[in-house]
Design a protein around this ligand. Structure first.
Ligand code: SF4
Ligand SMILES: [Zn+2]
Ligand SMILES: [Zn+2]
Length: 315
C-alpha cells in the first residue's frame, strides 16, 4: 500500500484519519501532534529545565527521544532524566539499564534514585512487610521521589510518558467508578511552591503509534509487565476502549475532548488546594503530614505519631 501523501510504501494505517503513511510522513504527523499538544497547554515555552520521568519503558524512551529532537538545539531548554528504581526483582533492573543506555546515547544528564536509599526499603520488601498492595506504595513513593528529585535538580517541569490510551483509560475509569474528584486531578495544575509542574507531551498519541515510533528509530521496546500489575478493572476498560476504537476510529480522542470540555466545571467544583509543607519531610502536601510519610510510618520507617491528627484525607 502506498502512502496517502507521497509515492513511498506505507508503514502505518492511521484509522482515525483514514490515511496510509510512509515512515517520513508518519514521523512528521507524530511530531506535529506532539508539538500541537505542547503548544495547546503551554507545556514548554522558554528557559525551561525539564526533568523526564524515565522508567526505561517504551513511553519514557520515546518521550526522551522526541524531546531531544525537538529541543536538543535550544540553548534555553535543558533536559535531565530521572529514573526511580523501586526495587522490583527481575523487572526493574533491565529497564534501569535501558534508561542508562538511552540517556547516554541521547546525551541527556541522568539521575537514578532508589526506594532502598531514599525510603529505606525496596518495593518487594514493603509488600512483604506492609498490608497494602504494591501499587499503593509504588505510586505514592514514585511520585514523591520524582517531584523531590526534579526540584532538587532545578527542573521547573516534570515530563511523563502518558499516552492517549493511558489518559483515556484513566478518564473513563474515574467516570465508571464515580470518582470525579480523582478525575479533576488530571487537569493541568497551576504553579505551587515545591511542586514541579507535570506535563504529558504524548497524551494525544496512541500507544501503538508510540511503539511504531520506537521501532522506526531502533529504540528499545520492552514488553515485560510489572509482576504486581493486577488491575482487573483497568484491564476491562482498556479492552473496551480498544474494541470501541476499533469499531469507531477516533473515539479515544472523543473521550479526551469530552474531558477537556468539562475542565472549567471540574475546576469550579474542585478548586486547587493551596499546599503546605509536610511537618515531617517538608515536601508539599495538602495535609499536615504527606502521604509518603504516612506510608513510611505504617511500614515502621518513621515514628507512628506522624499519621495521627491529619485533618483532611485529600491526596
Ligand atoms: S504495576 Fe508495578 S510499576 Fe506500576 S504502580 Fe504497580 S507496582 Fe508500580
Ligand atoms: Zn509519505
Ligand atoms: Zn512528608
Amino acid at each position: 500500500m502506498k502512502c496517502s501523501r507521497c509515492s513511498r510504501e506505507a508503514v502505518y494505517f492511521q484509522r482515525h484519519s483514514g490515511r496510509h503513511l510512509c515512515r517520513k510522513h508518519f514521523v512528521e504527523d507524530f511530531i506535529r501532534r506532539v508539538k500541537r499538544n505542547i503548544r495547546k497547554y503551554r507545556m514548554i515555552t522558554r528557559n525551561e529545565r525539564i526533568a523526564i520521568a524515565m522508567s526505561g519503558g517504551k513511553d519514557s524512551v520515546v518521550l526522551a527521544h522526541v524531546l531531544k529532537s525537538l529541543y536538543g538545539d535550544r540553548r534555553d531548554i535543558e533536559l535531565v532524566a530521572i529514573t526511580v528504581d523501586e526495587g522490583i526483582a527481575n523487572y526493574r533492573p533491565p529497564t534501569v539499564e535501558t534508561a542508562k543506555e538511552v540517556c547516554r546515547e541521547l546525551d541527556i544528564e541522568h539521575h537514578i534514585v532508589s526506594f532502598r536509599d531514599e525510603i529505606g526499603l525496596e518495593l518487594d520488601e514493603m509488600v512483604e512487610k506492609g498490608e497494602r498492595n504494591a501499587c499503593a506504595y509504588c505510586g505514592v513513593f514514585r511520585k514523591y521521589l520524582l517531584n523531590r528529585t526534579a526540584r532538587e535538580l532545578g527542573a521547573n517541569k516534570l515530563a511523563t510518558g502518558h499516552n492517549l490510551d493511558d489518559e483515556t483509560q484513566t478518564i473513563l475509569l474515574n467516570f465508571l467508578q464515580s470518582d470525579v474528584e480523582r478525575l479533576a486531578r488530571l487537569i493541568p495544575s497551576r504553579v505551587q511552591e515545591g511542586l514541579v509542574l507535570r506535563i504529558k507531551p504524548l497524551r494525544e498519541i496512541y500507544e501503538k503509534e508510540v511503539v511504531l515510533y520506537a521501532l522506526l528509530h531502533n529504540l528499545p521496546v520492552s514488553l515485560d509487565e510489572c509482576p504486581y500489575s493486577r488491575t482487573p478493572v483497568r484491564a476491562v476498560v482498556r479492552d473496551f476502549l480498544y474494541d470501541f476504537e476499533n469499531r469507531y476510529p477516533g473515539r479515544k480522542f472523543s473521550v479526551l475532548r469530552s474531558f477537556e470540555t468539562l475542565i472549567p466545571c471540574l475546576r469550579e467544583m474542585y478548586p486547587q488546594i493551596d499546599l503546605r509543607r509536610c511537618e515531617v519531610c517538608g515536601e508539599p502536601t495538602p495535609k499536615r503530614v504527606c502521604q509518603a510519610c504516612e506510608l513510611k510510618a505504617e511500614l515502621g520507617l518513621l515514628g507512628p505519631e506522624v499519621s495521627e491528627g491529619n485533618d483532611t484525607d485529600q491526596a
